[in-house]
Design a protein around this ligand. Structure first.
Ligand SMILES: Nc1ncnc2c1ncn2[C@@H]1O[C@H](COP(=O)(O)OP(=O)(O)OP(=O)(O)O)[C@@H](O)[C@H]1O
Length: 356
């Protein structure tokens, strides 16, 4: 494998001919060898950013794309040394697995012997040994995506670009391919950019995650940073489920109609304040076991999810509090309970950076 390269985008904006402004001027540095995930809701500009790195789109005037010390801004895809994997595989259906993987090497006039050797190595790498002569249309979705990955890697790209590669697979297969992909990316140490709208995938695969919203970067950080220290309310709500409870500060607590919660910051008595916390950080108690001002509520819904159960608890403020626990379901709709939220569980969002 070649030395991994960094990727740097500076002031890369993108407007399309129909007037859509897909990206605001964007600065982004991807470190050599890291897997960077672009995550965000539909239409936020993830694919446009990836296609700009690929050389399938070009930034508006003034934007620059660098691979290491090379300015690739004006180079088309075939001159950039990138490997791409798409959601829909984009394989040649009438070719065999081996022919698909070797295709790029053939175009680059790599000798037949070396092609064959590399195909064998790649098949092993993606766990498809022995399938070289199988026609691609006789493969499962997961196998097809492994072929697509092998084909992208066959030309020894400087950079691997993956656009929602697991979206077409069913849940079980997605997890299996994701786990293999994770190991492979770590082993290869190639600089990789991965687009997804699935936060589980982003957390599992990304060394760092870029959360995008409406053509802008909302936050860049490790999966832990993004989950525990969201930069704004948009990130907090987009990643995982988040409870957001509004009340009035009083006596160092957030006062609510049915009890109180810890306060996120030093808010003066009488001022409005908001507590944000994750469903897995709430402890549900029998109402009679709780101390005087512990928040009380009524179970309104339960969802058994196999490995955990989700409860929705009405605390008299409109939106119910969501609680998740891996304990076996104890609570039934209609039951009165108390909620313990430790102060350490509060997620703090920097003031003035609320999502609009
Ligand atoms: N060729 C194009 N012409 C006009 N508008 C486009 C074009 N490609 C993308 N857009 C628009 O640019 C915006 C960003 O699109 P992009 O595909 O980058 O988003 P995304 O985050 O990848 O979304 P998704 O997850 O739905 O693929 C969207 O509003 C989209 O409709």
């Amino acid at each position: 494998m070649k030395q991994p390269v960094s990727i740097r985008l500076t002031q890369c904006a993108k407007s399309f001919e129909n007037g859509t402004r897909a990206l605001q001027p964007l600065d982004l540095e991807i470190r050599p060898g890291e897997t960077l995930v672009l995550l965000g809701p539909s239409g936020c500009g993830k694919t446009t950013t990836l296609r700009m790195i690929a050389g399938l789109e070009f930034p508006d005037q003034g934007g620059r794309v660098m691979f290491g010390d090379d300015d690739v801004t004006d180079l088309p895809i075939e001159k950039r040394g990138v490997g791409m994997v798409f959601q829909n595989y984009a394989l040649f259906p009438n070719m065999t697995v081996g022919e698909n993987i070797a295709y790029g090497m053939k175009i680059r006039k790599i000798a037949a012997q070396e092609r064959a050797e590399r195909v064998e190595k790649l098949l092993e790498m993606v766990h498809l040994q022995g399938l070289s002569h199988r026609r691609v249309d006789q493969l499962s979705g997961g196998q097809k995506q492994r072929v697509a990955l092998a084909r992208a890697l066959a030309v020894e790209p400087k950079v691997l670009l993956l656009d929602e590669p697991l979206t077409a697979l069913d849940a079980k297969l997605r997890e299996a391919v994701r786990s293999d992909l994770n190991q492979l990316l770590r082993k290869l140490g190639i600089t990789a950019v991965y687009v997804t709208h699935d936060q589980g995938e982003a957390m599992a695969l990304g060394d760092r995650i870029v959360v995008m919203e409406r053509g802008k970067i909302s936050q860049i950080g490790s999966p832990q940073d993004i989950y525990y220290c969201p930069a704004n309310a948009f990130v907090a709500e987009f990643i995982g489920a988040m409870n957001q409870v509004d009340g009035i500060a009083g006596g160092g607590r957030l006062q609510l109609p049915a009890g109180s919660l810890p306060l996120p910051d030093n808010v003066a008595d009488g001022q409005p304040a908001t507590a944000m916390f994750r469903p897995e950080d709430v402890q549900v108690l029998e109402a009679e076991d709780a101390a005087g001002d512990t928040l009380r509520g009524t179970i309104v819904n339960t969802f058994f999810m196999g490995d955990r159960t989700r409860f929705e608890i009405d605390i008299g403020v409109g939106r119910p509090v969501i609680v998740e626990t891996s304990k076996r379901g104890l609570w039934q709709p209609g039951q009165g309970v108390a909620l313990n939220v430790p102060a350490a569980a509060l997620v703090k969002v920097p003031a003035g950076k609320e999502a609009s």
